[in-house]
Design a protein around this ligand. Structure first.
Ligand code: DGL
Length: 247
């Protein structure tokens, strides 16, 4: 099968890695929309436009399925699905399904847009799960090398200090890159959406392995960041989508 995955940048590589672990013999195409990074402070209209452009690109590449490897865009999976006949999978649905089976209370770290929309919270509270949400706007710029300010994890997560919960959801696909620091700071286990998604999908047909990674803008740190996550060398391709309108 040909599988298209997208995110704003390197976050979705965490999801890709988990899916490749379970399904090594598939053809993967990854698109990181780094020119529009971060997605976490964008409007719904902008995210619809970016995502729709990427879906168009995946249609041209004739993928069989699309994975929204981004928490922020996952909240709009129904709207994206209206734009194409290719089946689209999001990372929120499998994460919610896993959490509701295993926990009664969780904290949720995600981008400002995801927290404002309250998608995780609405779905989980329907199942009696107590959610303590927290937007972490400094994490993605830090992880993508957009600023060189160090993260003070205790300060970033301070508002969760007096809350009581069993696990923390890493509700943005970039955050597994800070998994150790987050778990150490909060003293709970974390839930990784990439793992939840990989566990939830069943792919019938196998083919040969291939991986092509496109980024809408290449930066000097991007190549090494991707290789660090995947654990091997891979050549990134810069790809501006013709129909990209908004900067
Ligand atoms: N990794 C994405 C997410 O899961 C986007 C983060 C961003 O670009 O702000 O939300």
């Amino acid at each position: 099968m040909k599988i298209g995955m997208f995110d704003s940048g390197i976050g979705g590589i965490n999801v890709l890695k988990e899916v490749m672990k379970k399904y090594p013999n598939q053809e993967y195409i990854y698109f990181g929309d780094t020119i529009h990074l971060p997605y976490g402070n964008k409007t719904k209209e902008q995210l619809m436009e970016f995502g729709t452009n990427i879906i168009r690109f995946f249609e041209e590449q004739q993928v069989d399925m699309i994975v929204i490897a981004c928490g922020t865009c996952s909240g709009m999976v129904e709207e994206y699905q209206e734009k194409t006949d290719i089946p689209i999978y999001d990372i929120i649905t499998p994460t919610v399904n896993y959490v509701k089976k295993n926990y009664r209370s969780v904290s949720l770290l995600a981008t400002a847009t995801t927290i404002e929309k309250g998608v995780f919270e609405k779905k989980l509270s329907n199942h009696g799960v107590q959610v303590y949400p927290l937007a972490c706007p400094h994490f993605v710029p830090y992880l993508e090398g957009l600023n060189d300010q160090k993260l003070d994890m205790n300060r970033e997560l301070q508002s969760l200090e007096n809350k009581c919960y069993e696990a923390v959801i890493l509700g943005c696909t970039h955050y597994p890159l800070l998994q150790k620091e987050i778990e150490q700071c909060l003293h709970v286990v974390s839930v990784d959406p990439g793992v939840c998604l990989a566990d939830s999908i069943e792919l019938k047909s196998e083919s040969h392995f291939s991986l092509t990674i496109y980024m809408s803008e290449l930066t000097s740190v991007l190549q090494s960041n991707v290789e660090r996550i995947l654990g091997y060398k891979v050549e990134l391709i810069e790809k501006r989508l013709d129909y990209m309108i908004t900067k």
